[in-house]
Design a protein around this ligand. Structure first.
Ligand SMILES: [Zn+2]
Length: 348
């Protein structure tokens, strides 16, 4: 097994980003309180033996969705989310007559903290469960020490509240998926594609029988009737690779796509078209900000970028929905991810 790659050395593979570090003076993106948390919503059956449980991350609806797949003899979970929201997941499963002990498989699209920290806790509750993950992510699921050390530098004492405990997944419960693998699970058959661009450890799963592609963050963020937007945290962002990954999803011609953030969409061409356009816009904005920084610090540029994105959103969306996008994404960190991408290419 490959040990911790250097993908995590320079940045924190986690979003939503929270500016809680020592220089945490940027635009605050965490909700002021959870008093306005909506009432628990019943899980949404999406057909094809699948249901989405809303984890109500930070008290907000439709930010992180766990997709539950019915299997012969149990269930699979695509992206179980943060361990801190295991209570919501358990409650959602109960509403469809399931428990964590029914879990036979956890299918990770990638190992960012908002997608993956619950995997180990679920593996402990259901020793028969297998956790499927990209080869680059697998060592970190078995031993999250390095991942947690870098995340703790950013999140500090908010680690527990946001992400919960990152319990290691026992090696015997880990299953590394390779590009083009087919995962057979209780009567269902899922194709795997390695899809870098958002993260080096990102995969998507496609089920031909239901025409469904679980696209994780390669599908960006699209919530509450708003537009698809990219999310570009450090350290792996690569615009060209992301565009190739989108082309690869499109080549499946899925009838529907399921991004983790959030829901199920049947308009794949317009979804990915808008997403790609926004990704290119963001990338150009960040390149321009590096070229014409006029002495501004990265911190200032991060704040400028967040305001630019939020101003654009608030022209089209309510302030409540704009805040939900900000919570799901962490716009200042998206500047950092794209700045790193450009700096690797010698720009800025
Ligand atoms: Zn991610």
């Amino acid at each position: 097994m490959i040990f911790a790659s250097d993908h995590f050395a320079a940045g924190v593979p986690a979003h939503p980003q929270v500016d809680a570090g020592p220089s945490g003076m940027d635009t605050p993106h965490m909700p002021k309180s959870q008093l306005s948390a909506p009432a628990a919503k019943a899980p949404t059956a999406i057909g094809g033996g699948a249901t989405i449980v809303d984890l109500r991350f930070q008290g907000h609806a439709s930010i992180i969705g766990v997709c539950v797949l019915e299997l012969e003899g149990g269930i699979a979970l695509v992206d179980p989310g943060p361990e801190a929201r295991l209570g919501e997941l358990t409650e959602g499963l109960a509403r469809i007559g399931r428990t964590l002990e029914d879990v036979r498989a956890v299918l990770l699209t990638h190992i960012h903290l908002d997608h993956a920290t619950a995997a180990g806790a679920i593996a402990a509750r259901s020793p028969g469960a297998r956790v499927y993950v990209h080869g680059v992510g697998a060592p970190h699921m078995a031993d999250p020490t390095r991942l947690l050390a870098s995340a703790e530098r950013i999140y500090g004492d908010r680690m527990a509240t946001l992400w919960g405990r990152f319990v290691p997944v026992p090696a015997e419960q880990l299953r590394i998926v390779d590009d083009d693998d087919v995962v057979e699970l209780g009567g269902r058959s899922l194709e795997v594609a390695y899809l870098p661009g958002h993260a080096s450890h990102h995969v998507a799963y496609y089920e031909g029988a239901t025409g469904t592609a679980w696209v994780g963050d390669v599908g960006g963020i699209r919530i509450g009737g708003g537009p698809p937007l990219p999310v570009t945290p450090p350290p792996d962002i690569d615009v060209e690779l992301w565009r190739d990954s989108i082309a690869r999803v499109m080549a499946w011609s899925p009838d529907r796509i399921v991004p983790t953030h959030f829901g199920v969409y049947t308009d794949r061409a317009s979804h990915f078209g808008e997403l790609e356009e926004a990704l290119l816009d963001w990338s150009e904005w960040v390149r321009g900000s590096l070229a014409d920084a006029n002495g501004k610090s990265d911190r200032e540029l991060r704040g400028d970028f967040a305001r630019w994105v939020e101003d654009g959103l608030s022209e089209r969306l309510s302030s409540e929905l704009t805040e939900r996008y900000a919570t799901a994404s962490g716009f200042p960190d998206s500047w950092s991810g794209l700045a790193r991408y450009w700096r690797k290419r010698g720009k800025g």
